[in-house]
Design a protein around this ligand. Sequence first.
Ligand code: URA
Length: 189
Amino acid sequence: MTKQQKQKELDNLAAKFMAQDPLPELRSGARQLVPGDGNPDADIVFIGEAPGAKEDEQGVPFVGAAGKFLAEMLDGIGLKREDVFITNIVKYRPPNNRDPKPEEIQASMSYLMAQLKVIEPKLVITLGRHSMNVFFPELVISQAHGKPVRRSGHVFLPLFHPAAALYNGGLRQTLIDDFALIPTLLHKI
Ligand code: URA
């Protein structure tokens, strides 16, 4: 598929998800769907947890403080937001930024997996333990971060969440160090 075709497929998936409306309660508490942003033909897909207030306002994932830090780290390895694809497990902002409920995650998975099928990235990067545990319930982020894992046809790299690392100096440096592994890892896949 060309990049344009992939974008069209992603748009179709968003339209289908909205038509099916599997999370009416979550949807009615949010301003809009936050489907994902960036290159539909990207080598790397980043997956966060759920949109926050800024993301809900703009309809774009990772545009708040955590997103700014993510963009800085991308810049550090010579990439821009437009080069990668960024999304979340759950596509509507949970009220008061509470954690998504297991059934909300469950109801969001087929959309997320369909996005991955269209984009066909080389590398899927989970941000934070919640996003990691959706794919790898058995892993613990303090041990699993920065170590690639192969599963169900994808290579995953679990990383700490930029929001958690923002105000924690040690975690911040760990996340920056893990980020530095990405170019070599991509090259090897
Ligand atoms: N945190 C997330 O997990 N996702 C966003 O889109 C923004 C902040």
